[in-house]
Design a protein around this ligand. Structure first.
Ligand SMILES: NC(=O)c1ccc[n+]([C@@H]2O[C@H](COP(=O)([O-])OP(=O)(O)OC[C@H]3O[C@@H](n4cnc5c(N)ncnc54)[C@H](O)[C@@H]3O)[C@@H](O)[C@H]2O)c1
Length: 366
C-alpha cells in the first residue's frame, strides 16, 4: 500500500468501474484495496484486470475495517442504501452520480455523515478537469465581466443503443436529468454559484424503448420517467440559465454550456469530459478565440474527485465534489422535473458554497 494512502473499496464493478480502477492507481493518496459486486464474476474480472488484492461480497466489503472510503459505482437506485450502510459502518463515501434518487434520502446521507464525522462526496468530478477549471479561472478573473445568463444543452436519443444494461436509464431515478443533469448543473453551480428557483416542463415523448445493444437486443423497455426536460434556473447571484436535457432528440447543434457576461461570452466544453475546448468572445479582444487550458487533468480522469476527497480527509478540509453540492444539484434536478406538473416556480431550499477552484500549482499533486 502507498504511504499515507487511503484504502478504497469499490462496490459496483460494471461499465464505469474500469476507468476509476485505472486512474486510482495514479493518485498517491489512493490505494485500491478491494472490490465487490452483486455479481461476483464482475468483481473478479475487475480484480484480475487491475490487480485488486481482495474480492469480497458487498456486505463483507461494507464491514471490512481496513477500508477507509467506499467508492459506490452501483446503479442510481442502489446509491442510497450502499452509501447509508457505508456511513453507518464508519466509512467515508464517494458515490457515482446522482448522489441518490430521492431528496429526503440525500438529506439523510448528509445527516449521517455529520453524525459519524465522515465525508460524503459525489461524482461528477469533470468540473475539476482542465477545461472547466480554465472556465472557472476566466470567470473569477472577470474576463467576461459579471455573468448575467447561461445556456446548457444535453440532447441525445438515450443509451439503449450502446449500454449493455440500459433499463435503469428509463426507470424512476434515471432519465436525462438525473443521469446527465449532474454534469451540467455541477458545472453551472461551480461557475455561477447556487440556484435560487426553478421552473420548467417535462415529458415522455416515447413511452417504450427497444434495446439495440447486446446482449439484450430486442428487449422492450417501458419508460417510467420524463425523457425531455427543459427548465429555467434563476441563480442566487441574479444570473439566469436555460437548460434542456433530453433522450428524445436524434440530432441538435446547440452548445454544451455558454456563459453570457456583461463584457463577453464564454463557451464551455462538454461537461461530461475533462478537457476543452474553451472559447472566448469579447468584443474588440477575442473573436471566439480558443483559450489554452491552464490546469491539469484534461484526459478522462474519473477518480479525480475521489482523490480530492481523500486529500480533504487527510487535510481536514471540505471535499470539492462534496455532499452539499450534490444535494443542491439533486434538489434543482427534481425541481426541473416537477415544476411543469406543478405549474409554478419551485424555490430551492438547499444551498452550497462554490467549491474551491484547483490552484494552478496543485496539478497532479492530489
Ligand atoms: N456507463 C457510463 O458511461 C457512466 C458514466 C458516468 C457515470 N456513470 C454512473 O455510474 C454508475 C454505474 O453505471 P454503470 O454504467 O457502470 O452501470 P452498470 O450496470 O454497468 O454497473 C453497475 C454495477 O453495480 C452492480 N450493483 C448494482 N446494485 C448493487 C448492489 N446493491 N450491491 C452491489 N453491486 C450492485 C451491478 O451488478 C453492476 O455490475 C451509475 O450511477 C451511472 O450513472 C456511468
Amino acid at each position: 500500500m502507498k504511504k499515507s494512502a487511503l484504502s478504497i473499496g469499490v462496490i459496483g464493478c460494471g461499465n464505469i468501474s474500469g476507468i476509476y480502477c485505472r486512474r486510482i492507481k495514479e493518485f498517491p493518496v489512493l490505494s485500491l484495496a478491494a472490490c465487490a459486486d452483486l455479481d461476483r464474476a464482475k468483481a473478479e474480472a475487475r480484480a484480475n484486470e487491475f490487480n485488486i488484492p481482495t474480492v469480497l461480497s458487498p456486505d463483507e466489503l461494507l464491514l471490512n475495517p481496513s477500508i477507509d472510503i467506499i467508492l459506490n459505482l452501483t446503479t442510481p437506485q442502489a446509491h442510497y442504501t450502499i452509501a447509508r450502510r457505508a456511513l453507518e459502518a464508519g466509512k467515508h463515501v464517494y458515490n457515482e452520480k446522482p448522489l441518490c434518487v430521492e431528496l429526503h434520502e440525500a438529506k439523510t446521507l448528509l445527516k449521517l455523515a455529520r453524525k459519524h464525522r465522515r465525508l460524503i462526496a459525489c461524482a461528477p468530478d469533470t468540473f475539476l478537469g482542465a477545461g472547466l477549471q480554465t472556465c472557472r479561472k476566466l470567470i473569477d478573473d472577470g474576463v467576461i465581466g459579471t455573468p448575467v445568463a447561461a445556456t446548457a444543452f444535453m440532447m441525445c436519443h438515450g443509451h439503449e443503443s450502446w449500454h449493455p444494461n440500459p433499463e435503469f436509464y428509463y426507470q424512476h431515478g434515471g432519465g436525462p436529468m438525473l443521469d446527465m443533469g449532474p454534469y451540467y448543473l455541477t458545472a453551472l453551480v461551480s461557475l455561477l454559484g447556487p440556484v435560487a428557483r426553478v421552473c420548467g416542463s417535462a415529458s415522455i415523448s416515447f413511452p417504450t424503448r427497444t434495446i439495440t445493444s447486446q446482449p439484450k437486443a430486442g428487449t422492450l423497455i417501458t419508460v417510467e420517467t420524463p425523457t425531455h426536460i427543459q427548465a429555467v434556473l434563476e441563480f442566487a447571484s441574479g444570473a439566469c440559465a436555460t437548460i434542456i436535457t433530453s433522450f428524445d432528440v436524434w440530432g441538435a447543434r446547440l452548445p454544451f454550456i455558454e456563459i453570457y457576461g456583461s463584457l463577453g461570452t464564454l463557451s464551455c466544453p462538454d461537461p461530461n469530459t475533462f478537457g476543452g475546448p474553451v472559447k472566448l468572445y469579447v468584443p474588440g479582444k477575442y473573436d471566439w478565440a480558443e483559450v489554452p487550458l491552464i490546469h491539469g487533468y484534461a484526459e478522462n480522469y474519473r477518480g479525480l474527485g475521489l482523490a480530492d476527497l481523500a486529500s480533504a480527509i487527510r487535510d481536514k478540509r471540505p471535499a470539492r465534489a462534496n455532499g452539499d453540492l450534490a444535494l443542491h444539484v439533486l434538489e434543482v434536478m427534481h425541481a426541473a422535473i416537477n415544476a411543469g406538473r406543478l405549474g409554478k416556480y419551485i424555490k430551492i431550499k438547499s444551498s452550497c458554497a462554490r467549491p474551491a477552484p484547483l490552484s494552478l500549482n496543485q496539478n497532479h499533486s492530489l
